[in-house]
Design a binder for this molecule. Structure first.
Ligand code: AHR
Length: 523
């Protein structure tokens, strides 16, 4: 069909949850040690692909650190540029053998341990109190995942008491002693395990065994702190696991987690033209997962007559090619413009599904399959940083509204068979929109459009229903003539956003392989 985009400001879906711009920090590669703390703490034996990291043991100069000893640059990007509202920690796979008590008290007391998820050793120099201290400086809400692999319920209860206890009890007092402050850490969001379904997980379980255990844990956790929000461990949202776990846990949890990465197993980077489709159109599978998961949630709610809404925590998503970002290199992957288009499509999905997706955590926030890559003395922003930046800046605070899109479709192989056989071929154009009201009452419609076609530009009529025609448009565009182009050391801004203002004519040309965010003031 001829492309056309209709936007309906009066057809509201739901406010966009600010938590969809959340992050994830795992003890893996150079995420914590090298990303949050200076590189000198790196204790993970791997071969980094980061060309600057031969000098990873160079001391980071003091002026580049906060007074608490955290990297200032990473913290400032996450806080001041991306406005990251929440961060998930300490894993990921790492959490399934994490002993939180090894990571508290004086640094000399910390226990160095074998690290089972990714190999190597863990120094435990960054533990609960350091994480909370970092969150406070970064003005980020903590989200802590419990160890349901080697960990016991008793250890989990001790951890929650340590973080949130306000009484005169042993672990609350131990926290006061360690931090020198009376104030609890007040961790509201807790995850009931990570990917417990996975064969790579320490402590893998069947769905029904997990559900029974998670019910017991949730019950006990709410006795120690009834104010917490609990995230049940889901799979990809549409698996047998998700159905079983939701049926059992729906009355015990607040959110159900989904994990999915664009890439769907090994891709062949040498054949990037062939792989383009899978990379760029892949996030359509996430939308399918969310739609089915929403059905499973509501089915479980109906069965148990639960009126409280249960939402989705998409607490690991991103662009990950497992042949490139490997455990050996600490999952350091360098992204091109095609990957950034996928990132924009991911975010379109979360905005369109605003009525059910409460939280989304990009995996991960620094160095590990991340928009940010550090050296001991600096950082650069990868291509995938820019969609996250634009969405966080312009779609946050808005109410998601319906869009109707006519678009040519992509003919090649794209999604996993199980998605394309049901959903059909994906559209070249992908869009979401919000209605935003500023503090002064100015309303604007913000439309995010990814043109995923590698070679075709489209001039698209953009009709905004039932508002008087806007006079002007502000357009932010991410584009480069070479869709394989990357940013890197020495070419930090090769792929970045250009902004222009233009008179609004009711249509827009979206260049081939581009991401555009249009801001239109309306009355
Ligand atoms: O983000 C990398 C890993 O991917 C996480 O540790 C795990 O939960 C997932 O499989």
């Amino acid at each position: 069909p001829e492309p056309a985009l209709d936007v309906f400001p009066s057809a509201t879906i739901a406010p966009v949850s600010p938590l969809i711009f959340s992050g994830f920090l795992e003890h893996l590669g150079r995420c914590i040690y090298g990303g949050i703390l200076p590189a000198g703490h790196t204790n993970f034996p791997y071969t980094p692909r980061n060309p600057c990291s031969e000098d990873q043991f160079i001391e980071t100069p003091k002026e580049l650190l906060t007074e608490e000893g955290f990297r200032k640059d990473v913290l400032e990007v996450l806080r001041d540029e991306l406005g990251t509202p929440m961060v998930r920690w300490p894993g990921g796979n790492y959490v399934s053998s994490y002993k939180w008590k090894d990571g508290i008290g004086s640094l000399e007391e910390r226990k160095r341990r074998p690290e089972l998820a990714w190999g190597g050793e863990e120094s435990n120099l960054f533990g609960t109190d350091e994480f909370i201290a970092w969150c406070r400086v970064a003005r980020i809400e903590p989200y802590v995942v419990l160890n349901m692999g080697t960990g016991t319920l008793e250890e989990a209860l001790h951890w929650i008491e340590y973080c949130n206890g306000a009484g005169d009890t042993y672990y609350a007092n131990l926290r006061r002693k360690n931090t020198g402050k009376d104030e609890p850490h007040n961790v509201k969001y807790w995850g009931l395990g990570n990917e417990v379904w996975g064969e790579w997980q320490v402590g893998q379980q069947t769905a029904s065994a997990y559900a029974t255990k998670a019910r017991q844990w949730a019950h006990a956790i709410r006795l120690i702190d009834p104010t917490v929000k609990l995230v049940g461990c889901g799979e990809t949202g549409l698996n047998h696991w998700d159905g079983v776990v939701l049926d059992e846990l729906v009355d015990k949890v607040d959110l159900h987690s989904i994990h999915l990465y664009t890439g769907f197993g090994p891709r062949d980077r040498s054949q990037i033209d062939k792989e383009y489709g899978r990379a760029v159109y892949g996030p359509d599978a996430a939308e399918y997962s969310i739609e089915i998961c929403k059905g499973l949630i509501n089915k479980a709610r109906v069965a148990k007559t639960i009126s409280k809404p249960i939402t989705i925590a998409f607490d690991e998503y991103g662009v990950w090619d497992e042949t490139v970002g490997t455990p050996e290199n600490g999952l350091e992957q360098f992204y091109n413009l095609a990957d950034a288009l996928a990132m924009a499509s991911w975010l379109n999905v979360f905005v369109r599904q605003a009525d059910i997706v409460e939280m989304a955590c990009i995996a991960q926030s620094v160095n590990v399959i991340s928009p940010l890559i550090t050296s001991p003395t600096g950082l650069f922003r990868q291509t995938i940083y820019w969609p996250l930046y634009l969405f966080s800046r312009y779609m946050r605070g808005g109410v998601s509204i319906r869009v109707s899109l006519l678009s040519p479709t992509f003919a090649g192989e794209t999604l996993p068979q199980w998605v394309s056989s049901v959903k059909g071929q994906p559209k070249d154009l992908d869009a979401s929109a919000v209605l935003h009201t500023s503090e002064t009452g100015q309303k604007s419609v913000r439309i995010a459009v990814v043109n995923r076609s590698e070679h075709s530009a489209y001039t698209v009529p953009v009709r905004i229903a039932f508002v008087s025609a806007p006079k002007e448009v502000k357009a932010h565009e991410l584009w480069h003539e070479d869709v394989k182009e990357q940013n890197g050391w020495g070419k930090e801004n090769e792929v970045s956003v250009k902004t222009k203002r233009a008179a609004w004519t009711g249509k827009w040309t979206f260049r081939e392989h581009s991401f555009t965010l249009l801001v239109l003031d309306v009355v």
